[in-house]
Design a protein around this ligand. Structure first.
Ligand code: CS2
Ligand code: MG
Length: 405
């Protein structure tokens, strides 16, 4: 079970992904996702220069000890780059343990708590009608939960809306310098209630609706939004406000009962501890590829369960199919699972590189029973799609003030 080699791959089948392959002296290997959208090469260097040399020769079965070694042993703890590296190594070690045991990872975690994993799909459009038409398509495909994001009239670009791109890969995959998006809270408040009013008029109250504010509001503005949308019974309001100051959510919570979700930018349990233990949120949305892997995700899920907080793992286009697979294993096990974000199973190129047999039907994902995570990675296909630097946008208010994207 000795680690013989660790390879780090970066490929761009429409958008950049980082894949870690941990290879044992027996030839068994495990895969992990280390993608940090827009800062990929920082993670690659961190892994190759500072993590890999320390792991060669270690026993791959010692998942917890390796996690502690990489977390506590670094002195400069936490942070997105460091934790993405730990996450990928951790995922790969769980993949290996499952392959050695002949069991899928969800069985190693404690078996299944549900027969399938409920997903929510993304609906977006240049106007409310187009957004709801896309939502209608997802509902007809069997999805019971839809995230609605619609263009804000008067803004050049709105988060979560594709504009003239055909898919998220086209939107995010080739940005040699950060695009500058604009934002106006006033223009947003002028349209947002109408989106959910029309959605409820068209679809009734059974379909779950969510919305991602993407941290654009101040806490009191989020409180106002929560009050405005309460009558439309959202499943959750995501990233209502930036939460570097976790106390911000006390302001929101005292004004509205709208369910709150946050966590995709968090990389340790410490980032979300106060929000969870003070029950300031209802869903924690950390990603296994950013928050410390399966080991850390399990810890956060168990901590959240003590405070009636459910999981709603991040599932954006910049999480690779390896992280998606890890989430479906975790979601199959997690007793306090809420819902899983789903943006599709990738494009033609990514499917050449990442192969798995996760089935999605009627808005439900069914985990693979293959040993480990159940994902294969085709190195030669990956080499066909080389890395291309690509940034996330930055965001400015209409007066030029730099704001939260
Ligand atoms: C978004 C993400 O899916 C979501 O909830 O917040 O798509 C986010 O914009 C990306 O992960 C950023 O890389
Ligand atoms: Mg989000």
């Amino acid at each position: 079970m000795k680690i013989k080699e660790i390879r780090v791959f970066i490929c761009n089948p429409g958008r950049n992904f980082i894949t870690v392959k941990v290879i044992l002296d027996s030839g068994i290997y495990g895969l992990g996702d280390a993608t940090v959208n827009g800062r990929e090469m920082a993670v690659v260097t961190y892994l190759e220069e500072h993590v890999v040399p320390c792991l060669i020769g270690r026993n791959a079965h010692d998942i917890e000890d390796i996690w502690q070694y990489l977390y506590k042993g670094v002195y400069w703890r936490k942070g997105p780059i460091n934790m993405a590296a730990i996450s990928a190594i951790d995922m790969a070690l769980w993949d290996i343990k499952g392959k050695v045991a002949g069991l899928p990872v969800y069985q190693l975690l404690g078996g299944q708590s549900r027969s399938g994993v409920s997903l929510y799909a993304h609906a977006h459009g240049e106007n409310i009608g187009d957004t709801l038409d896309m939502a209608d398509k997802h509902i007809r495909q069997g999805f019971k939960a839809i995230r609605l994001q619609s263009a804000v009239p008067g803004l050049k670009v709105t988060y979560g809306v594709l504009g003239d791109r055909k898919d998220y890969y086209k939107l995010q995959g080739n940005r040699p310098l950060p695009p500058e998006d604009d934002w106006s809270t006033q223009k947003y408040f002028n349209m947002i209630e109408e989106l959910f009013f029309q959605a409820r008029e068209r679809f009734g109250n059974d379909v779950h609706l969510m919305h991602d504010v993407h941290s654009r509001l101040t806490p009191i503005e989020s409180a106002r939004l929560g009050q405005l949308l309460e009558k439309y019974n959202l499943f959750f309001l995501e990233d209502a406000s930036i939460a570097e100051n976790q106390d911000s959510y006390k302001v929101i919570r005292q004004h509205t009962t709208i369910p709150l979700a946050i966590g995709e930018t968090y990389n340790t349990i410490w980032d979300c501890k106060d929000l969870i233990q003070n029950q300031l949120i209802d869903y924690i949305r950390v990603a296994a590829s950013h928050a410390g892997g399966i080991t850390a995700f399990r810890r956060i899920a168990d901590f959240a369960d003590v405070y009636n907080v459910k999981t709603a793992p991040h599932g954006a286009p910049d999480l690779s199919p390896i992280c998606f697979a890890a989430h479906i294993h975790l979601d199959t096990w997690t007793p306090n699972f809420g819902i899983q974000e789903f943006v599709g199973l990738g494009n033609k190129q990514s499917k050449e590189i990442f192969q798995h047999d996760i089935q999605v039907k009627d808005g439900i994902a069914h985990v693979s029973d293959a040993p480990g995570l159940g994902v294969e990675f085709d190195e030669s296909a990956a080499r066909e799609y080389p890395y291309k630097r690509s940034y996330l946008p930055v965001c400015r208010l209409e007066d030029g003030t730099l704001w939260n994207w």
